[in-house]
Each structure stands twice: as structure tokens, then as C-alpha cells.
Design a protein. Structure first.
Ligand code: NA7
Length: 317
């Protein structure tokens, strides 16, 4: 229904998830903002950019996903190149390195829209080589590049509570101030060396993935030794391991509810990339390597698009 008030799409998403966006007083940049990728993360991020008054043009490979954002006030671009051409700063948040390559180097891709002064911010979590190739190609055409992967999954994205890790052009980082304010609770500039933010993100997600894998194994073992998983979850919630991940993911396992907050296949990608990084610098990663196998098994069982908590299925198989 095209007569719906402009905020209704945002409200619907929020109500369905019981999301409470944090009220912030952001003064939006007058720069025109582009956003490529309306997946789980992109959806929340775009809603927060719109809510804080930014002018946003969106594009997504599956075009129908743009519809509710247009209802909420976004403009729609017909290709990544067109978005980059019509905007001052374009953000991208897509699944993996191969998606970023398609987006940047592909037909009607980002590169084709870059002209001197155009700014591009890569927020997907990808490998260092790909982000550096993208940065090189964009800056060779006079564009300005920043990498800015984020820590946090669906709910922090919807609530504007992400942690943004950035590296690359300092002025572009500063120019993103109001956007980062809208998207996150904290942003860190890690220097001009593109790759530093990806490295940090991979370490954070490697820790996250191993914690989740260990929780899954513990819950699976509880079942085998005749203990109540609910009791395990309660004891965990009362001790020093009481943190959002352990609390929410043990509930997901108890309720067998694996709707994706952070898709399992992305967690496995991040472990794989972290292992490659460890290889490069000869850092042994025994625990992460073992966890990676468990996630691979979960993917094989068909849980790639489920939440990471579905790794429990692999542990208990
Ligand atoms: P999702 O929910 O799996 O969404 C992935 C997005 O990436 C979605 O918009 C996809 O478009 C898009 N995508 C995937 N492949 C391509 C290609 N080849 N070209 C263009 N666009 C593509 O991921 P999340 O939002 O959870 O995560 C995004 C990133 O943040 C990821 O790196 C995480 O690790 C962190 P679709 O709608 O399928 O057409």
C-alpha cells in the first residue's frame, strides 16, 4: 500500500523484532549517501540512516528488497554505478569477498561510477587482499576509500548500536561522522593502512565463533550426560560467563529457534579468513581451526543460512 506513512516500514520491522532504537540527536551530513546491500545488516543500517535524517539512495541485487526502504523515504538506484554517480559517499555491506568483487568490478559496478572525489566505504567483512584491491582500483580513478566493517549482528544494527572499525582515508572517516553516529555506539579509526580494520574484525569474530562453538558443545554434552540444558543455561547466566552472546544463544538452542541474527555461513567465512590470516603470520590457531570444522559440518547439515547458534546441531549430531 503506497499510502502508508513513511515510517511504517521501519516500525513494522522494529515491532516484529521488539527492537528499541536508541534515540540519538544526530545532525545529518548534507552529503548524499548511497547504500549497496540490504541484507540483515544493511536493512538495519539504512533504517537508522533514514531515521536520523540522512538522504539515502539504496540498491540491492534482489531489487524487491528496496521497496520497503523506498516507502520509508529512501531513493532507489538502478545499479551500483548509478548509486555511486548520484551520491557523495556510498556504503556497501554485502555477504563476502566474491560479492564485493562483483559489486566493485562487475558490470555497472562501483568502479564505473567512480570519478575524482567520489567516496566509497566498504562495510562487508572480507579478506585483506580483496579490500586492498578494491581500494587500489577506486583510488586509481580518483575515488576516496575507507574500510569500515562492523561488530554486531541484526539487533545492534537495528538499534544503531554497532561498533565500527575503520581504516583508510582519514578525511572520509571524519566525513562519515554523522552516519557512524547513526549506525553505532562507537567508531574507531585504526589508521590509513587499509586492511587493519578487516584484521581486527576477523580476530573479534574468530573469538565470537569459538565461544559459540564451545557453548554448542557444552549444551550437546549436557544432553548426553543426563543434565537439563535449561539448568546449564541458568548457571551460565548467573556466573562470569553471563554475556549477551552466551545468554541469547543458549536460549536459541533451548527454544530450537535459529532465525538468523548472524548467518552461520558468514561466521564460517570469518573463521576461514581468520585461519588464512593466522597462516600468513604463523600464528597457531588450534581452537579456531577446530571450531571451523564444526561450522563446516553445520553448513553441510543445511544450516548455512540459519543463525550461528545452529552450530549446536552439528555438535549434537
Ligand atoms: P546477508 O543477510 O546474507 O545479506 C547479504 C547481502 O549481500 C544481500 O544484500 C545480498 O543480496 C548481497 N549479495 C550477495 N551476493 C552478492 C553479489 N554477488 N552481488 C551483489 N550483492 C550480493 O548478510 P548480512 O547482512 O548478515 O552481512 C553482510 C556483511 O556484514 C557480511 O560480510 C557479514 O559477514 C557482515 P541479495 O539480497 O541476496 O540479492
Amino acid at each position: 500500500n503506497d499510502d502508508m506513512p513513511v515510517t511504517s516500514a521501519a516500525t513494522q520491522i522494529e515491532e516484529s523484532l521488539l527492537i528499541k532504537p536508541v534515540m540519538k540527536s544526530v545532525i545529518p551530513t548534507p552529503s548524499r549517501i548511497g547504500f549497496l546491500g540490504l541484507g540483515i545488516m544493511g536493512q538495519g543500517m539504512v533504517m537508522n540512516l533514514l531515521r536520523s535524517g540522512h538522504e539515502v539512495t539504496v540498491w540491492n541485487r534482489t531489487i524487491v528488497k528496496c521497496r520497503e526502504f523506498v516507502k520509508a523515504g529512501a531513493l532507489k538506484g538502478n545499479s551500483p554505478a548509478e548509486v555511486v554517480q548520484s551520491c557523495d559517499i556510498t556504503f556497501s555491506c554485502v555477504s563476502d569477498s566474491s560479492a564485493v568483487k562483483d559489486l566493485v568490478f562487475g558490470n555497472a559496478g562501483v568502479l564505473q561510477g567512480i570519478s575524482p572525489g567520489k567516496c566509497y566505504v566498504e562495510m562487508s567483512t572480507i579478506d585483506e587482499d580483496t579490500v586492498q584491491d578494491a581500494a587500489e582500483a577506486i583510488t586509481a580513478r580518483g575515488g576516496v576509500f575507507l574500510e569500515a566493517p562492523v561488530v554486531g549482528s541484526r539487533v545492534p544494527a537495528l538499534e544503531g548500536q554497532l561498533v565500527i572499525l575503520a581504516a583508510g582515508d582519514r578525511k572520509l572517516y571524519d566525513d562519515c561522522y554523522s552516519c557512524f553516529e547513526a549506525l553505532g555506539k562507537k567508531s574507531l579509526y585504526l589508521g590509513s593502512d587499509v586492511g587493519a580494520a578487516m584484521r581486527m574484525k576477523l580476530i573479534i569474530n574468530m573469538i565470537m565463533g569459538t565461544v559459540m562453538a564451545s557453548l554448542a558443545e557444552g549444551m550437546a554434552m549436557a544432553e548426553k550426560v543426563g543434565l537439563d540444558q535449561e539448568d546449564i543455561a541458568e548457571v551460565l547466566s548467573l556466573g562470569s560467563l553471563s554475556c549477551p552472546t552466551v545468554i541469547h544463544k543458549s536460549q536459541a538452542i533451548l527454544n530450537q529457534k535459529y532465525d538468523p541474527h548472524f548467518p552461520l555461513q558468514h561466521q564460517q567465512k570469518d573463521l576461514r579468513l581468520a585461519l588464512q590470516l593466522g597462516d600468513k603470520v604463523e600464528q597457531p590457531l588450534y581452537v579456531a581451526a577446530a571450531a571451523n570444522e564444526l561450522y563446516k559440518k553445520a553448513r553441510r547439515l543445511g544450516y548455512g543460512e540459519s543463525d550461528i547458534s545452529a552450530v549446536f546441531r552439528a555438535a549434537s549430531a
